[in-house]
Design a protein around this ligand. Structure first.
Ligand SMILES: C[S@@+](CC[C@H](N)C(=O)[O-])C[C@H]1O[C@@H](n2cnc3c(N)ncnc32)[C@H](O)[C@@H]1O
Length: 491
């Protein structure tokens, strides 16, 4: 029997709320999943909309006292046939049978959220997406008002959990997901029914979109949302094309000379000598080399000349080819690397990230034991970065973001629409992995990714190889010098 939607849940009669739902459906449809699990489908509005958009949807509802596996058409959306389960965590599906799973107002109500995330990963195919919407933000001002006013709020029911962008990201990562995007969403009440709300819906929705992007203010947003992909580390990297470049002549010569103690002097010569590409444009080479000399002498960079010049050259190349996006420097130290990029593409926004407290603890098994000796080393200064930009580049384009990557990336990433050159120079596995997870999806086609420590620190290499393998990136890795590599995102 089809029910009249007039008595439907307020959420589904409220025009501002419906706008959010529509934007979620559109987001999912853009990814073209062929088979999606609508986990905790409720009345079935998402299943209905996605089905209409051509997605093969399996709608699942948890009903503790219904027979396991019962199927029935949903009263308000009778073209959706939902399956019921009595299991609060376990999903009644085989491994790897979905392209996508949607949690729209579900994960925050389950008794074992981590168990559920792991179970969702199990039923997703490798690389499949988990869309998580409507998690209640722990600091939501609207939830606090609702609580004070005696209205219903998240946290009142036995299993309710409250979230932050960080806790959502960590729960996903702990359970084998790579997070593509995570943010705070919604600042205004959206569940408003009636003709006035209907008339004001476009305005409310637009204003909501503006407010939720204001850093600082959005700390008190209503929701947290994330899109993550099933992540499968691929240990046997052999056989995959271009995971690591074969050692270049310079690396082989360096290795041969090391036992004779000749590698250092010759290494310095090699570092300063022009690369093959630079020989084609000696004027630019001379300029970049001179800038590096000043930056190095003044303590702005610890990079060698070749690596610093490569950053300048790649920024120029992105500029020349009209590749969209900002220059993003993760591990900027005193700003030398950011300055080298910025002078190559002077009209670009520059984002320079650093704790300015030195290196964090190397917390992962992938980093060698000696990494521990570096904790707290390489302390730098935000003011020195700014001074460097005043002297050598354009300070108006500079955004310095101080703090640990895990704390600063989520908010900053919401402001960086696209990236032309991404420089990962933070040494340890966790930092490099987070850099790639946060910013690689934003790198424009034709843009560049530089991994400074690839052939120096094991963790940086593993994080890069794993990320590339998990995302099927086989663009060739090119050596900059004996340590740093880069690749270009295919056009
Ligand atoms: C090798 S230095 C960078 C050198 C710099 N790019 C240059 O031009 O000289 C690494 C920097 O990364 C920063 N860093 C590493 N991991 C970090 C993290 N997780 N959060 C914030 N900063 C980090 C350190 O504070 C340090 O300044």
């Amino acid at each position: 029997m089809t029910r009249d939607r007039g008595d439907l849940d307020l959420n589904l009669r409220s025009e501002p709320q419906l706008r959010e739902y529509r934007s979620i459906y559109e987001r999912i449809v853009r990814d073209r999943p062929s088979r999606l699990l609508d986990w905790g489908c409720g009345h079935g509005h998402a299943s209905d909309a996605l089905q209409r958009a051509g997605v093969d949807v399996v709608a699942l509802e948890y009903v503790p006292d219904a027979p396991e596996g019962a199927r029935s058409a949903l009263p308000y959306f009778p073209n959706v046939e939902a399956v019921t389960t009595r299991e609060p965590v376990k999903l009644p599906f085989p491994d790897e049978c979905f392209d996508a799973v949607l949690s729209l107002g579900v994960l925050e109500h389950v008794p074992d959220p981590e168990g559920s995330v792991a179970e969702i990963r199990r039923v997703l195919r490798p690389g499949g997406r988990f869309y998580v919407y409507k998690l209640p933000n722990r600091s939501s001002y609207l939830e606090k008002i609702a609580r004070l006013a005696g209205l219903s709020y998240h946290g009142e029911r036995e299993h309710d959990t409250l979230w932050t962008v960080r806790s959502a990201r960590e729960a996903l990562e702990r359970n084998g997901f790579s997070v593509e995007a995570a943010r705070r969403a919604n600042m205004l009440p959206l569940t408003l029914a009636g003709p006035v709300a209907e008339r004001l819906a476009p305005l409310i929705w637009r204003l909501n979109g503006v407010l939720e992007r204001i850093p600082g203010l959005n700390v008190v947003a209503t929701n947290v949302e994330a899109v993550a992909r099933r992540y499968d580390p691929q240990p046997p990297l052999a056989g995959q094309r271009n995971i690591a470049p074969p050692p270049s002549v310079a690396r082989r010569v360096g290795a041969a000379l090391r036992p004779l103690g000749l590698d250092e002097g010759l290494g310095k010569l090699y570092d300063k000598a022009p690369s093959r590409q630079e020989l084609r444009d000696p004027g630019t080479y001379r300029q970049a080399a001179a800038l590096w000399s000043d930056l190095r002498a003044g303590g702005w960079t610890m990079l060698g000349s070749r690596r610093a010049r490569a950053l300048n050259r790649l920024a120029r190349a992105a500029e020349r080819a009209g590749v969209q996006g900002a220059l993003v420097d993760c591990g900027t130290f005193n700003g030398g690397s950011a300055i080298m990029m910025s002078t190559g593409a002077p009209n670009r926004e520059v984002w320079a990230f650093d704790s300015f407290e030195g290196l964090p603890e190397a917390s992962s098994d992938h980093d060698p034991e000696r990494a521990g000796e570096w904790t707290g080393e390489l302390k730098a200064s935000e003011e020195k970065v700014r001074e460097g930009f005043r002297r050598f580049a354009d300070p108006a384009r500079l955004n310095v973001v101080k703090g640990w990557f895990q704390d600063t990336f989520p908010e900053a990433a919401s402001k960086i629409l696209s990236v032309a050159v991404l420089h990962a120079d933070s040494d340890w596995y966790d930092s490099v992995r987070l850099t790639l997870e946060t910013f690689y999806p934003k790198v424009s086609r034709g843009g560049f990714v530089v991994i400074d420590d690839y052939n120096d620190w094991e963790g940086a290499k593993t994080a890069t190889d794993e990320y590339r393998a998990a995302h099927g990136i086989d663009a060739p890795l090119r050596e900059i010098d004996i340590t740093a590599v880069y690749w270009q995102k295919p056009r």
